[in-house]
Design a protein around this ligand. Structure first.
Ligand code: SAH
Length: 387
C-alpha cells in the first residue's frame, strides 16, 4: 500500500509464532504463588506456615520491602525467608518525571538484563499505573516502539505484580512529586487503576497475567485488594484468549487495539489480524461484554492519512452498533511517533471529525490523554532509548 513504508510487509500466516521465551525466568517470588501455595512453600523450607501470612502482610498490605522493618520475623529466620520469597526482581535503571510531577516513567532491569518500563500517573481522582507483561513483544505492530525489537521473554507473575508494588511504595514514600504534600501525609496516595498497556501482549503470556490479576484483586494480605473494575487488559485481539479471560470470573476491563476497521489496513497495522480478522476480534470483544457486563474499550491510534479517514470512522461506527448498543466505547489515541517512523498523529481537524462521526453513530468516544509525551511516553520508547 502506498501509504505505508516499504519496510512494513505482511507476514505469512504461519510466520506468526508466539515464540517460546528465549531467556531464563527470574527467581521465584511470593507474588508468583497463591496464599495456599505460599504456606506450602514456607513449610517446605522448614518454617512455620503462618510466616507466609506475615510475609504477605509486609509485601501487599504494609508495602514494606526493607527486611529491617519486618520485626515480627525472628532475626535468625528473616534473611532466609526474605531471600527465598522476596528476592529483588526489578532493579531501577532510570526514572523520568513529566507533567509537573504527575507522571513518572520508570525503566527496570530484570535479573537477566532485560529492560521493561512502567508509568505511574496521578489524576485528581485516581492513580493509574501502566505496566508491562513481557520483555519486548512478538506482535510486530509497525507503529509501536516495543514491536520493533521482538519478544525477549514473558514476565513472571512476580515481575508483573512487582511493577505495581514498586509504584505503590513510591507513592507511599511521597516519591511522585507535584501533589499536595500535606493532604497526602494524612491520606497517602494509593494505586487505584492498573492498565496492561506497557510492553508486551498480555494475552500471549496468559497464565502469568491471570496470576497477576488474582494477586492484584485478592483482598489483603493475600493480594493488593484492588477493584477488578479498575484494571484494564489491552490486547491486539488474540480471540481464543479473550474467550478464556471472559470465563475467569475476574470482571476486568478489556481493551481491544483495533486501529483499523477494515482487514486490508489492519493486516498491516496489527499483523495478528492475518490470523484473527476484524469481525472475529469484535465478536470476541462483544462476547466479553456479554459474559462479564464490562463495557469494552476500543483503542484506535490515529495516524495521519493512514487510518484517520471519515469513511473509516463511519465503518467503525457501523461495525460497533450492528453488534449492539451500550457495550463499547472508543478511545482514539493521537499517534506518538516513534523514532525513525515517517508516521505522525492526525491533524487536529481530522481527529475532531473522526470523533464526531463516531459520536454521531451513538458511540461514546473520548480521546486518550497523552501523558508523558516528553519522556518517550509511547509504548517501549523509554526502554528502547535506554538500551
Ligand atoms: N499489546 C497490547 C498492549 C500494549 S500497547 C495491545 O496492543 O493492546 C497499549 C496500546 O498502545 C495499544 O493500543 C497500542 O496499539 C498502543 N500504541 C503502541 N504504540 C503506540 C504509539 N506509538 N502511539 C500511540 N499508541 C500506541
Amino acid at each position: 500500500m502506498s501509504e505505508l513504508p516499504t519496510s512494513s510487509r505482511r507476514p505469512a500466516p504461519g510466520e506468526l509464532t508466539f515464540a517460546a521465551p528465549r531467556r531464563g525466568m527470574p527467581p521465584a517470588h511470593l507474588a508468583d504463588l497463591t496464599a495456599a501455595g505460599r504456606k506450602a512453600a514456607v513449610e517446605a523450607l522448614g518454617h512455620k506456615g503462618f510466616r507466609a501470612r506475615q510475609l504477605s502482610t509486609h509485601y501487599f498490605e504494609r508495602l514494606v520491602d526493607d527486611p529491617a522493618e519486618m520485626t515480627d520475623l525472628p532475626a535468625a529466620e528473616r534473611g532466609a525467608l526474605v531471600g527465598a520469597f522476596l528476592p529483588r526482581l526489578l532493579e531501577p535503571v532510570r526514572h523520568r518525571v513529566a507533567d509537573e510531577g504527575r507522571t513518572m516513567k520508570s525503566v527496570w532491569r530484570l535479573h537477566d538484563g532485560s529492560l521493561v518500563e512502567s508509568v505511574l500517573m496521578r489524576y485528581p481522582d485516581r492513580v493509574t499505573i501502566c505496566i508491562s507483561s513481557q520483555a519486548g513483544c512478538g506482535m510486530n505492530c509497525p507503529f509501536c516502539a516495543t514491536g520493533q525489537g521482538g519478544l525477549t521473554r514473558n514476565l513472571s507473575t512476580g515481575e508483573i505484580v512487582e511493577q505495581v508494588l514498586a509504584g505503590a511504595r513510591m507513592l507511599r514514600r511521597g516519591e511522585l512529586p507535584g501533589g499536595d504534600a500535606e493532604a497526602e501525609r494524612d491520606r497517602p496516595l494509593r494505586v487505584s487503576n492498573v492498565v496492561f498497556m506497557g510492553m508486551g501482549e498480555p494475552l500471549a503470556n496468559y497464565t502469568r497475567v491471570v496470576g497477576a490479576l488474582h494477586r492484584l484483586v485478592d483482598p489483603a494480605p493475600d493480594g493488593l485488594g484492588l477493584s477488578a473494575r479498575g484494571i484494564t487488559v489491552s490486547t491486539v485481539g488474540l480471540v481464543p484468549a479473550i474467550g478464556r479471560l471472559a470465563g475467569e470470573g475476574l470482571p476486568v476491563t478489556l481493551a481491544l487495539s483495533l486501529h483499523a476497521p477494515d482487514d486490508e489496513l489492519r493486516d498491516e497495522l496489527v499483523p495478528v489480524n492475518t490470523r484473527w480478522r476484524v469481525a472475529e476480534a469484535l465478536d470476541a470483544a462483544y462476547g466479553y461484554f456479554r459474559r462479564t457486563g464490562r463495557r469494552v474499550s476500543i483503542e484506535y491510534a490515529l495516524i495521519r492519512d493512514v487510518n484517520d479517514q471519515a469513511w473509516r470512522a463511519d465503518l467503525l461506527g457501523r461495525l460497533l452498533t450492528e453488534r449492539g448498543r451500550g457495550w463499547v466505547h472508543v478511545n482514539p489515541i493521537p499517534l506518538n511517533p516513534t523514532p525513525g517512523s515517517r508516521w505522525t498523529a492526525s491533524r487536529p481537524g481530522v481527529q475532531e471529525e473522526f470523533v464526531a462521526r463516531l459520536r454521531a453513530h451513538g458511540i461514546p468516544t473520548t480521546v486518550r490523554d497523552t501523558r508523558g509525551r516528553d519522556i518517550d511516553g509511547a509504548c517501549g520508547q523509554l526502554a528502547a532509548s535506554t538500551a
